[in-house]
Design a protein around this ligand. Structure first.
Ligand SMILES: NC(=O)C1=CN([C@@H]2O[C@H](COP(=O)(O)OP(=O)(O)OC[C@H]3O[C@@H](n4cnc5c(N)ncnc54)[C@H](O)[C@@H]3O)[C@@H](O)[C@H]2O)C=CC1
Ligand SMILES: O=C(O)[C@@H]1CCC=N1
Length: 269
């Protein structure tokens, strides 16, 4: 019999995961259905994705696999309670930042829980997705989950503690990268470039640098050294950025993000 896969929450991240899984063919042998919180959104997704999407969470008891793409606050305040009727050994995959497996397993103990931490470039197959198994996970299910996620980019099976850390580095990371991109384009405008040219140059430069780090497998410090001529212009720019606290701002940002995820894991947040 076909597996029944239920996606609860199909927004920015849940939608990226669902679209990736649908286009990769990883779910061709499954009945895939979805739930979101408004009828308009449900109708639009049904038309776009060609799967039934509704605005009411019914029939959780018939699902073999559930993927949770709702915000952590919604998960804690309403969705978890509605999962109490899932069948024994239903596989539930949560992408919610900060909500620990202990809480999830405590709320729905008959399920087999996994957590994943994707990031937004998963929408174009260039994501980084961390995966961690709950206490009832096993190698076979871990392989099934990672296979499902392979269309989203690179995946890594990690401990739950590392998944939390990776949330602050890779889960939120595209947000940091877009701020850097925007700031570089602003700086280009400041020294006289048009916005259009500055933005094109900033985006392609960050893309090229990332691709170069992947393809050459060289440490970023080694690559940076190739750009900095002795007594030259780049080292003058980097020195000014370091003086402005670029590195420590990035450190503090990742730590603040990590701490916020831990707050979200507490019920009152
Ligand atoms: N956006 C990102 O880059 C990342 C997000 N995440 C996690 O993914 C999850 C979703 O985040 P986003 O996609 O950014 O949020 P979003 O706001 O774009 O999507 C949330 C989805 O949940 C649905 N929803 C809301 N209440 C619902 C309910 N009661 N029942 C069913 N569906 C409901 C909405 O219709 C929407 O489709 C969060 O838990 C977040 O921590 C994880 C990694 C990266
Ligand atoms: O900002 C957030 O809470 C989510 C989790 C990681 C990226 N976006």
């Amino acid at each position: 019999m076909k597996k029944r896969i239920l996606f609860i929450g199909i927004g920015a991240m849940g939608g990226a995961v669902l679209r990736g899984c649908l286009t990769s063919g990883a779910m061709t042998d499954a009945d895939v259905v979805g739930v979101v919180n408004t009828k308009i959104h449900a109708k639009a997704l049904t038309e776009e994705l060609g799967i039934p999407v509704s605005a009411e969470l019914n029939d959780v008891d018939s699902a073999d696999v559930i993927v949770l793409g709702v915000k952590p606050q919604i998960l804690q305040s309403s969705v978890l309670a509605q999962l109490s009727k899932v069948k024994k050994d239903c596989l539930i995959i949560s992408m919610a930042a900060g909500i620990p497996l202990g809480t999830l397993e405590g709320a729905v103990p008959q399920a087999i829980w996994y957590r994943i931490m994707p990031n937004m470039p998963a929408a174009i197959g260039a994501g980084f997705v961390a995966v961690t198994a709950g206490t009832k996970g096993n190698d076979c299910l871990t392989a099934w989950v990672t296979n499902l996620l392979n269309s989203l980019g690179e995946s890594a099976v990690v401990s739950e503690a590392d998944l939390e850390r990776l949330g602050a580095l890779a889960g939120a990371g595209p947000g940091y990268a877009f701020v850097i991109m925007d700031a570089l384009s602003d700086a280009g405008v400041r020294i006289g470039l048009t916005r259009r040219l500055a933005l094109r140059a900033a985006i392609q430069t960050l893309y090229g640098a990332g691709l170069m780090a992947i393809k050459t497998e060289q440490h970023p410090a080694v690559l940076r050294d190739k750009v900095t001529s002795p007594g030259g212009t780049t080292i003058a720019g980097i020195a000014a950025m370091e003086k402005g606290g670029l590195r420590s701002a990035l450190h503090d940002g990742v730590v603040a993000c990590y701490q916020r995820a831990q707050e979200l894991g507490k019920k009152e947040n």
